[in-house]
Design a protein around this ligand. Structure first.
Ligand SMILES: Cc1cc2nc3c(=O)[nH]c(=O)nc-3n(C[C@H](O)[C@H](O)[C@H](O)COP(=O)(O)OP(=O)(O)OC[C@H]3O[C@@H](n4cnc5c(N)ncnc54)[C@H](O)[C@@H]3O)c2cc1C
Length: 363
């Protein structure tokens, strides 16, 4: 991890909520899957170390109280972490069905200076890049908060046939939903492309099989009509640190992130990229100039469906020069992919000069 911002004092907060320990457990599980290093300092005190970002410490101070300290590599990252923590609290509160006002977070004098904003955007167009990948172009008149801020956004998705009932955002970043209206589903997507002057962003969404859930993200992308609206929270996270060499691996839902990164990588680097999609037709979703990067492909089955594909992924990784100094190894996609890579890496010699960023996008 880069060093924590010089002279920076931790940002501290008190969180009041119905079930303090349960939230810590949930966040630990959630972030562990995203590659966050978890340190249990004491039974009721846990530190979560996010590569290139910093550390969040949570301490259970009672059944309904948590102490929180955030220390990050830059002050801007600190603000993003404050907002991210609030967003995660909101998500957990939704999962628990807690009523509005049942939790709050009070920062000690340092509320984020630039609180997240909710942008209501209009769908301009929606077309199929491939049989499984939709490109949805969204219009927003003020994209100032989007340029250079981060790659990923949380989206509030209206259900088909329902008028959206937008929440408001409180100063400390909480979403407040209008009483008596259904809350919209929230999902994370990558800004695949942005044109600030022309006021649009593109989001590429994978249409995936139902799994065992209602898949509001996939359903929204399949049905979003020009003229309809969607909520987008200010972007955060996802930028790759500078390195001499990048080894990138993604399954279909992380292909948009891999494509955006390929376009943003510094000129003086080398890159190996593996993309794992369902079949040859899906390769067209990677519309990046071959002069920037030429991916290797696995075009077979649903990601994680069977062990032969996982074996091919690991075989590819073993053949890369991933252990050379100043390398970033970035892996993103479903749990079957990220779990397999993590387990495989655990059996390899330690790699102190390799920054590993392994992010689970769905499970
Ligand atoms: C940082 C980040 C960036 C992301 N960027 C993108 C992006 O640009 N484009 C994109 O399409 N997705 C992206 N994702 C993944 C996306 O948020 C998830 O796939 C999300 O779960 C999809 O929501 P859903 O409502 O369609 O399905 P959910 O309701 O979340 O899941 C329903 C069922 O479908 C299964 N499922 C969910 N996603 C997939 C999948 N991709 N493949 C197979 N089965 C799945 C689940 O296991 C579950 O059983 C990103 C995720 C993260 C964390």
């Amino acid at each position: 991890m880069n060093s924590i911002a010089e002279n920076s004092k931790p940002l501290t907060a008190q969180i009041t909520l119905p079930r303090a320990a349960a939230f810590v457990e949930w966040l630990v599980d959630h972030w562990r899957d995203k590659g966050v290093e978890i340190r249990h300092v004491e039974p009721e005190r846990v530190q979560m170390v996010l590569a290139e970002v910093g550390m969040v410490e949570l301490q259970v101070a009672g059944a309904r109280k948590l102490g929180c300290a955030v220390q990050t590599v830059t002050l801007q990252m600190g603000e993003l972490m404050q907002l991210s923590l609030t967003e995660h609290l909101g998500e957990f509160a939704d999962e628990m069905d807690w009523p509005d006002g049942s939790w709050n977070i009070v920062w000690n004098g340092q509320s984020p200076r630039s609180p997240a904003q909710l942008h209501v955007m209009n769908v301009i167009s929606n077309h199929a890049l491939t049989p499984q990948m939709r490109r949805v172009r969204l219009q927003c008149d003020d994209l100032g908060a989007f340029a250079n801020a981060g790659l990923h956004v949380r989206m509030l998705l209206p259900a088909p046939g329902h008028e959206p009932a937008w929440p408001t955002l409180t100063d400390d970043g909480r979403l407040q939903w209008p009483p008596g209206k259904p809350r919209m589903a929230r999902r994370t997507y990558t800004i695949r492309d942005i044109d600030e002057a022309a006021s649009w962003i593109d989001i590429d969404v994978l249409l995936h099989a139902d799994g065992d859930g209602a898949s509001p993200g996939s359903v929204w992308a399949e049905n979003a009509q020009p003229g309809s609206s969607v909520g987008v929270l200010s972007p955060a996270s996802g930028l790759l640190p500078r390195a001499a060499h990048y080894v990138l691996m993604a399954d279909a839902c992380a292909l948009p992130a891999a494509a955006r990164m390929a376009q943003m990588l510094p000129a003086d680097h080398t890159t190996s990229l593996l993309l794992w999609v369902a079949n040859d037709a899906e390769r067209a979703a990677f519309d990046v100039l071959p002069t920037l990067v030429q991916p290797d492909w696995i075009c077979a089955g649903a990601p994680g469906a069977s062990s032969p594909e996982i074996a091919r992924v690991l075989d590819w990784l073993a053949r890369q020069n991933y252990h050379r100094p100043d390398t970033v190894l970035w892996v993103a996609g479903g749990l079957p992919l990220t779990q397999a890579v993590r387990r495989w890496l655990a059996d390899q010699p330690a790699l102190p000069s390799v920054r590993k960023m392994i992010h689970t996008y769905w499970r």
